[in-house]
Write a protein that binds this ligand. Structure first.
Ligand code: SAH
Ligand code: F3S
Length: 481
């Protein structure tokens, strides 16, 4: 059966990039969220200034970096397995150094050096500008650790090296950290306080991408709707800002307006929205600009008010449904996707049924669905027993996935017979003769290549579908973009 759950991004090695004259080779692998993949481009840029070019062959590397994820236990276990592999490479190349970046680095700190003998360097997500110094320490035979979380660092002044790029779509970080404290989530501990990046530097980065021929940007943050720039970007200090600063602050809806107006032919997406922070003016801004895609990733985690409360999600089921109604009123064809957690502590069968009935109400286009995984240090881990037996979690998860699969098929069938604008990203995974791209709702569309090229906006007539993919035929270039 075809998967409707978009698979979590797997570890991906990055291609060869860098400056002429750089002698050392960096192999970097990334796991987890889009922010990690985006951060790895910042890391490659910083080390590019320090004499490193990236390579896709770990055997020829002088330095291996692994950018890690802590969101679920499984993500950490995957990284531990990779470290074993790097250890084998190190046996043939004793000069090889290995560093752990990202959320596992932040969560485990120097404990990682003890637990994993192979690791020379541990660097948290706000400390990448210190990498040149840390690499020097490691070169001198020491172990190096920097896991200091920052209240300012947004890497706004680092031009990312676009790695593994299709030359068409790119990520642009707009906020870092999260202040929401959902009780299951490790992110506030590993990524620190929420801070927004200066809109000028965001506009500049989008402009540079446009000049290089990119056609779509995804504005990234743990919680983009809470974007706020008032001359400073630290969310928790907004209250302390002056009256003028507060009155002239740029919120997420304003930022969307600015980017969409400045680059009217650039497609714009964003991720991720937390329902409690999404405002009507964001939806209105989306509706106003045709270059902002009609797609919202709107994780809800559970359909039960009781569980939402225990998760510290600050909205009710009713409020979420009202938000869905508002979206559908203002943007009738908006694609909507979810994240769900099955088997949160204390979840009853009745709570689970509430999740399924909420899904029936929304009929999401697709989703990312997980069994609850207790994360050390989170409020849920400290206060609640992980009391749902594994087989029950698995069964509930399976029911959620199966329902999503039905809904994805239903949503995809609604596209049949329509002619939709698709941005070509590359060759289809299944056939060299077909292009793969996405429509505005973020659904994958495949169609015969004919005379079209990567980066073209093409009108595609949708003729067939699976639960995951739309299948069609191009009928001409888009007149709009
Ligand atoms: N706002 C973030 C959410 C990060 S985590 C973002 O930008 O995507 C992504 C998803 O992982 C969450 O929405 C949640 O569904 C899931 N998740 C987070 N912590 C989890 C845990 N402890 N167990 C299972 N799933 C979890
Ligand atoms: Fe995690 Fe909730 Fe923030 S899921 S990233 S604490 S919005």
């Amino acid at each position: 059966m075809e998967k409707t759950i978009r698979e979590e991004q797997q570890g991906t090695a990055l291609e060869l990039r860098g400056k002429d004259g750089n002698k050392r080779k960096l192999y970097i692998e990334s796991y987890g969220c889009q922010m990690n993949f985006s951060d790895s481009e910042i890391v490659a840029s910083i080390l590019g200034q320090e004499g490193f070019n990236t390579t896709q062959e770990m055997e020829e590397a002088d330095l291996i970096l692994v950018n890690t994820c802590s969101i679920r236990e499984k993500a950490e276990l995957t990284v531990r397995k990779r470290l074993e592999k790097f250890n084998a490479v190190k046996r043939d190349n004793p000069n090889l150094k290995v560093g752990v970046l990202g959320c596992m680095a932040e969560r485990l700190k120097s404990q990682l050096l003890e637990e994993e003998q192979i690791v020379d360097m541990v660097v948290g997500p706000d400390a990448y500008k210190d990498l040149p110094n840390l690499v020097r320490e490691v070169d001198e035979g020491q172990q190096a650790v920097n896991v200091i979380l920052s209240k300012e660092e947004t890497y706004g002044d680092v031009a990312p090296v676009r790695l593994n790029s299709n030359g068409v779509t790119a990520f642009v970080s707009i906020t870092r950290g999260c202040d929401n404290m959902c009780t299951f989530c490790v992110v506030p501990f590993t990524r620190g306080r929420e801070r927004s990046r200066d809109p000028q530097s965001i506009l500049q980065e989008v402009g540079q991408l446009w000049e290089k021929g990119f056609k779509e940007v995804t504005l990234l943050g743990q919680n983009v709707d809470s974007y706020l720039w008032y001359g400073g970007g630290l969310k928790k200090d907004f209250e302390k800002a002056s009256a003028i600063q507060q009155a002239t602050a740029v919120n997420f809806a304003n930022l969307l307006d600015q980017v969409a107006t400045a680059y009217p032919k650039m497609r714009i997406r964003f991720s991720t929205s937390n329902p409690q922070d999404m405002t009507v003016d964001v939806i209105e801004s989306m509706a106003r600009h045709r270059n902002i895609c009609n797609y919202i990733h709107l994780p809800v985690q559970s359909g039960s008010d009781r569980v939402l409360k225990a998760m510290n999600r600050l909205h009710t089921r009713e409020e979420y449904m009202a938000l869905i109604d508002t979206i559908r009123n203002l943007i009738p064809d908006c694609g909507i996707s979810q994240d769900m957690i099955a088997g949160f502590p204390t979840e009853t069968e009745e709570d689970h049924q509430q999740t399924l009935s909420l899904m029936e109400y929304v009929k999401y286009d697709f989703g990312f669905m997980f069994a609850y995984s207790e994360r050390p240090g989170t409020l849920a881990a400290r206060k609640l027993e992980d009391d749902i037996p594994e087989p029950v979690k698995k069964r509930r998860l399976r029911e959620i996935i199966e329902l999503q699969q039905q809904h994805s098929r239903l949503r995809n069938e609604q596209h049949l017979g329509k002619v939709e604008e698709v941005l070509i990203e590359g060759t289809s995974k299944k056939s060299d003769a077909q292009w793969m791209g996405r429509n505005t709702q973020n659904t994958v569309v495949v169609f015969p290549k004919e005379q079209y090229k990567v980066g073209d906006f093409v009108m595609v007539e949708i003729q067939d579908c699976t639960s995951a993919t739309l299948i069609g035929k191009a009928v001409g270039y888009s007149q709009n973009m």
